[in-house]
Design a protein around this ligand. Sequence first.
Ligand code: 7PM
Length: 275
Amino acid sequence: MHSHFLCGKYQLNLNRPHVMGIVNVTPDSFSDGGQFSSANLAVEHALQLIAEGADILDVGGESTRPGAKPVSLDEELSRVIPVIKALSHIATVPISIDTYKPEVMRQAILAGADIVNDVRALQEQGALEAVVNSKVGVCLMHMQGIPQTMQLKPVYEDVVSEVKQFLIDRLNVVMAHGVSKNRILLDPGFGFGKTRIHNIALIQHLDSLLDMGQPLLVGLSRKSVLGAIAGGDEGQRLYASIAASVIAAMKGAKIIRVHDVKATVDALKVVAAIQ
Ligand code: 7PM
């Protein structure tokens, strides 16, 4: 089997689990260097993640954080675009932009982004049009509700089949608009409108999402479901995150989105060796 994922100027051979390193671009509250210093910090962090073995970088302006207050379009653009511009010249791996806003997608693609990672699965008005006339790869993620309120009372009759049907529907819509199959990743969206029970059911049955025929991206890194299982707040979830990444890769996920790249790269080398 030779499954190549096409994304911008890259072609990834997903015959082993790949690591997507998270690059958060947040306002720098410690110095008053403003946007230059937060962009520089993010670029430095991104280069460190490449050195640690990241296969992809996911640049986000934090507009998709559950419960977070929305970031304005101008604020998001001014956070992420300078970082993508800088990285597109020096990075040796594909750059992903984590956004649901079509204008951010458009400008990120012009700035050199290779992948659009959209927690709203290109449902926003104009999002499909933003990616269709480019060569970027796309990640379509499932979410129930909207980030501000989605964790209040998520309800499913059958979480696995409902997430799967949503992803099938979005896959069909996106392909019908002219995005080829080999440009599309699917993601069950751990923690996005899901209780601990829902998240665990999705990991248990991750293999049943494989028959959609698309590579799966999984993000469990430091998420609260891991805190609920193993204890600890965000900074203390490394070992639980490694366990979750290994399980996801063993169950067939091809791209694992994480904060802790070096530890995950090592763990997934062990998975690759036995696969
Ligand atoms: C608080 C909780 C802050 C969760 C940030 C998050 C995913 C994603 C995110 C994912 C894809 C985080 C999340 N999670 N994109 N963006 N899949 N495709 O851990 O699971 O960064 S935001």
